[in-house]
Design a protein around this ligand. Structure first.
Ligand code: SF4
Length: 124
């Protein structure tokens, strides 16, 4: 591809952003997020049952739909192939749109454990 943009499902995405991890602490829009302290709603616990996922993601969607950062959040999650629920979009919906997570399945438990530990540290 000769330019700096990629196109998936009618949406453009910076190739640089797709291939470069962005430090989440530098994202100003995150400070306005309504999900602060609610990692339990936005990231699946290990071996989550499908029915529980539907209930959890429904609650997460309710927060996202009231959040001022939805557009930026959704774009960030797509560009960084994030796990979890971001910008009113589930991991499955993001994958269907062409932005599947790049984290190998075997690494997901470790990612979930690290995020849970970070959430616990933040809460204490
Ligand atoms: S759109 Fe949803 S996931 Fe994104 S910052 Fe807002 S509440 Fe959090």
């Amino acid at each position: 591809m000769g330019n700096s943009q990629g196109i998936r499902n009618g949406e453009t995405m910076s190739i640089t952003a797709a291939n470069t991890y962005v430090d989440w602490q530098t994202q100003a829009w995150m400070t306005d997020g309504l999900c602060a302290g609610r990692s339990d709603l936005f990231f699946a616990p290990f071996a989550e049952r499908p029915e529980a996922r539907v209930r959890r993601e429904s609650k997460a969607k309710g927060l996202c739909e009231s959040c001022a950062s939805t557009v930026e959040c959704k774009a960030y999650a797509r560009d960084n192939r994030e796990l979890g629920y971001w910008g009113a979009e589930s991991e499955s919906e993001r994958a269907t749109a062409g932005f599947a997570p790049t984290t190998p399945i075997i690494g997901r438990r470790q990612v979930a454990a690290k995020r849970a530990a970070a959430a616990l540290a933040e809460a204490s």
